[in-house]
Ligand binder design. Structure first.
Ligand SMILES: [Mg+2]
Length: 255
């Protein structure tokens, strides 16, 4: 029986800051019914504080503690391990890592850095990696969608650096099981009691299912026709509204 829900944010709750029709009311209804929910995102062009502000501005009832962001997970690992990262990240994300010592780096953190993915920055990351620094990644997302267009995400650049330095990144956001389990633990549930709703078939759907959760792919955001064929036993819904009403509540009422 499903008891709680994890939501991806971009492409599921909103597209380009326009809420998916019915999504704001849906979250309000779940809050009213005290269904345990969390939000799990690999978004790395803004801080978790900015993500919260943006969601609230769109009308979503969300608090900071409800948001599990991949950059925050990476920052926590840097703190725990005493790493001084070279951060190849977007300027808008710098504030998230500002409290870390980044002098004389002994690690590389890579997120979606947009225009900073140039030869100079990538080569600096490479020079650290080839000398043994670990590579920490937000996710392996191949692309994201904004302004109606698919755009390169961090995944292709992580793979390029792994190839060049003959190393393997440690991924700390989706699809890493540890990331899903941290959110599931905060809900006080077992993985199989939690439904992950996402638009990224690899990071959201297959990642969640490998971590023992149930998952529902939505046909909004970055969804491309045929993605359901890569989604294994996952549920498929037109939107987050259908995912909650037809999958989550159906399952919850079956038992
Ligand atoms: Mg998404």
């Amino acid at each position: 029986m499903l008891k709680a829900i994890l939501f991806d944010i971009s492409g599921v709750l909103h597209v380009d800051k326009q809420p998916i029709p019915g999504a704001v009311e849906l979250i309000a209804k779940l809050r009213q019914q005290t269904v345990p929910i969390r939000f799990v995102t690999n978004t790395s062009r803004s801080t978790s504080a900015a993500i919260l502000h943006s969601l609230n501005k769109m009308g979503f009832i969300v608090e900071q503690a409800d948001i599990f962001s991949a950059p925050v997970a990476v920052k926590q690992v840097c703190e725990q391990r005493g790493l001084r990262p070279y951060c190849l990240i977007h300027p808008e994300l710098e504030a998230e890592f500002a409290s870390l010592n980044q002098q004389n780096p002994n690690a590389v953190v890579l997120a979606d850095a947009a225009e900073r993915f140039d030869y100079e920055h990538l080569n600096k990351a490479f020079s650290l990696l080839i000398n043994g620094a670990p590579l920490l990644g937000i996710g392996r997302n191949r692309y994201f969608k904004t302004g109606g267009k698919l755009q390169l995400d961090a995944g292709p650049f992580i793979q390029a650096l792994e190839y060049a330095a003959d190393t393997e990144a440690e991924i700390l956001g989706k699809p890493a099981a540890g990331f899903f389990h941290a959110a599931v633990d905060s809900l006080g549930c077992k993985p199989e009691e939690v439904l992950m709703i996402g638009d990224d078939v690899e990071a959201d759907i297959n990642g969640a299912m490998e971590a023992g959760l149930q998952a529902c792919l939505v046909r909004t955001g970055k969804y491309l026709p045929g993605d359901e064929n890569k989604a294994g036993q996952a549920f498929v819904a037109e939107s987050v509204v259908e995912a909650v009403n037809s999958v989550f509540f159906q399952s919850a009422s079956l038992v």
